[in-house]
Write a protein that binds this ligand. Structure first.
Ligand SMILES: Cc1cc2nc3c(=O)[nH]c(=O)nc-3n(C[C@H](O)[C@H](O)[C@H](O)COP(=O)(O)OP(=O)(O)OC[C@H]3O[C@@H](n4cnc5c(N)ncnc54)[C@H](O)[C@@H]3O)c2cc1C
Length: 394
């Protein structure tokens, strides 16, 4: 959104003071609000969302809560070394432990939460050999993993035409929007000083003496500290993110329901494509942005024939059990990709009163709750782990 000089100066707007303002009502913004309120319950916190909570990627994703990152573990080791790869993995394991303990426990059924592990499936011998290499490395580091041959994949996942795969035994899945609203409910119950402002689009964060002003067309918010949790949309608000967080579109379709046959959520084709059956029987399947790399960028949440047809073809080839089921929904969402696949937590180099977390690279459910905790601890003076720290790009 752009705002004219006249709109910026011409109206008398309500201006309210807060101790902290968070911009972005997805899993990252809500997680940051939760941990910041938990560490400073007396803080008056405003959380501002452009549309409704969850209308960004958080309410549009596939609901996988998986460990690690966008690439197979052997490549993570290749890129970061063994020690850091393990640290990255353990960070997301801790994310799931925290989510369960703080939010999910006691409402697993309502949130469609399942902790049955996830799978990576290979269509080629080359990918299967990388998966086996990953499994060997993980086994050595005591990460729970299992190698599956073709027949086991057919039997346990109802998936055809895969040469082999591995199971990550500690992964989980959930209804992502219900999870987000469960975090909100917990915040409202325990931290009444957090206020939510939906349908408020931030168009500028400016400086007034020691304070920052977070401007929306309806209202201004003054505060000493801002947290941006706008992930893929961050470059629209501040140019710092232009070469650090890349808005990348992902498309999905939903089909069914059909009788339950799939043991857990699955990735295929080097983590680019994915599918999962919900406890209620529907299947969601997404991916194939590699077919239209130049189109699947930017901020529009449209769908395209090329990718939707590829998703349907994938289903016909690999998941014959849904061949007579009806497609009910097609949608897309905007993710924030970082250059090295790891999230960014930090503050603007030009203004340490504007902190941020983002760049979750298609894995926000597996990272952002713990990411919010790290951000809160960072604002209280603790060190941010090197692989997350945005300073690596400064
Ligand atoms: C199709 C698809 C499938 C995915 N599948 C998975 C999956 O299975 N597992 C997984 O872990 N991850 C998945 N992801 C990625 C995951 O959804 C994201 O990593 C995660 O939701 C990021 O959360 P966030 O809060 O950082 O961003 P978002 O959820 O995008 O939240 C950012 C919010 O900021 C708001 N905002 C933007 N600009 C402004 C402004 N100017 N003023 C106020 N508010 C603003 C937006 O409206 C939005 O609500 C998927 C993503 C997509 C699109």
């Amino acid at each position: 959104m752009s705002v004219s000089l006249w709109m910026d100066q011409g109206r008398t707007l309500n201006s309210e003071a807060f101790d902290l303002v968070i911009v972005g009502g997805g899993i990252a913004g809500l997680s940051a609000a939760y941990w910041l309120a938990k560490s400073e319950p007396s803080f008056k916190i405003a959380l501002i969302e452009k549309y409704r909570l969850g209308d960004g990627a958080t309410g549009r994703n596939a609901g996988f809560i998986t460990c690690g990152s966008v690439e197979h573990f052997n490549r993570l080791v290749e890129n970061f070394g063994k020690e850091k790869a393990l640290e990255i993995w353990q960070f997301s394991e801790e994310n799931l432990r925290l989510l369960k303990k703080e939010i999910i426990e006691g409402q697993e059924g309502d949130l469609l939460f399942e902790h049955f592990g996830s799978f990576s499936l290979a269509s080629t011998e080359k990918e299967f050999s990388e998966l086996k290499e990953s499994a060997a490395l993980m086994d050595n580091m005591n990460i729970a993993v299992e190698v599956l041959e073709r027949a086991a994949i057919q039997k346990r996942l109802g998936a055809e035409e895969f040469v082999g795969g591995i199971k990550y035994k500690n992964d989980a899945s959930i209804h992502p929007l219900k999870l987000l609203l469960a975090i909100k409910k917990k915040i409202e119950k325990e931290f009444p000083k957090v206020e939510f402002f939906e349908n408020h689009e931030v168009y500028e964060i400016s400086t007034l003496g020691e304070d920052r002003i977070v401007k929306t067309r309806a209202r201004w918010f003054t505060c000493p500290m801002v947290v941006m949790a706008t992930n893929g949309y961050s470059p629209q608000i501040h140019q710092y993110f232009k070469n650090k967080i890349f808005p990348t579109r992902g498309q999905i379709l939903a089909i069914g329901p059909v009788e339950r046959f799939m043991e857990g959520p699955c990735y295929a084709n080097f983590v680019l494509d994915y599918f999962r059956q919900l406890p209620t029987g529907e299947l969601v399947i997404g991916g194939f942005r590699q077919l239209q790399k130049d189109v699947e960028v930017g901020y529009s949440d449209e769908i395209t024939d090329v990718i939707q047809e590829a998703l349907e073809d994938f289903l016909k080839k690999h998941i014959p059990k849904v061949k007579s089921a009806k497609i009910t929904h097609r949608w897309s969402g905007i993710m924030g990709f970082s250059a090295d696949g790891q999230p960014l937590v930090g503050a603007l180099p030009t203004d340490n009163q504007v902190a941020f977390l983002g760049g979750f690279t298609a894995h926000g459910l597996g990272l952002a709750f713990h990411g919010g905790k790290v951000l809160a601890e960072g604002l209280m003076g603790e060190k941010i782990p090197e692989f997350l720290s945005a300073k690596r790009f400064n």
